[in-house]
Ligand binder design. Sequence first.
Ligand code: IMP
Ligand code: MG
Length: 176
Amino acid sequence: MGEIIHEMITEKQITEKIAQMASQINEEYKGKKVHLICILKGSVFFCCELAKRLDIPVTIDFMTVSSYGDSTESSGRLSITKDLDEPIDGQHCIIVEDIIDTGFTLKLTKKMLFARGPASLKICTLLDKPDRRKTDIEAEYTGFTIPDKFVVGYGLDYAQKYRNLPYIGELEFVEH
Ligand code: IMP
Ligand code: MG
């Protein structure tokens, strides 16, 4: 099987959207300090672009959680392979995620982080695939709502490939 990528969201559209999301966060967190929790690896590109556009005080920490293997289906189980370096108690935290699919990853991640006593805890996702949702999780900030397609690029991978694409594309599998 080969793979073809069809551009779905251009780099320009993504950049404009991130700027809008950042100004909304700047507005809503005015006078506060925000702690971004970047979920590795997929959210790195998005998190950096978002953080660069925030004009409130920002700190960033990273965490690797997964409910996915090298396949296109979620297992619904969470494993933390890299935890945050710093405690989050008393801080205004925003979980920065690349995509919400079934919602299992975020549901479990949010519950686990909430138990650490943050002052507030919100979710900011670049992409949302609501058709596939199997939990009641919702993001406070969503970039694009997309149809039930497997997408890559701008941090998102298929078997660790295509994260470096500057746009979001739909992955199609083709016979050679
Ligand atoms: P969930 O637990 O089903 O919501 O899965 C969330 C995680 O699955 C995301 O953080 C991604 O890492 C991965 N994922 C879900 N959909 C896609 C996709 O279309 N392309 C690439 N990764 C995806
Ligand atoms: Mg992810």
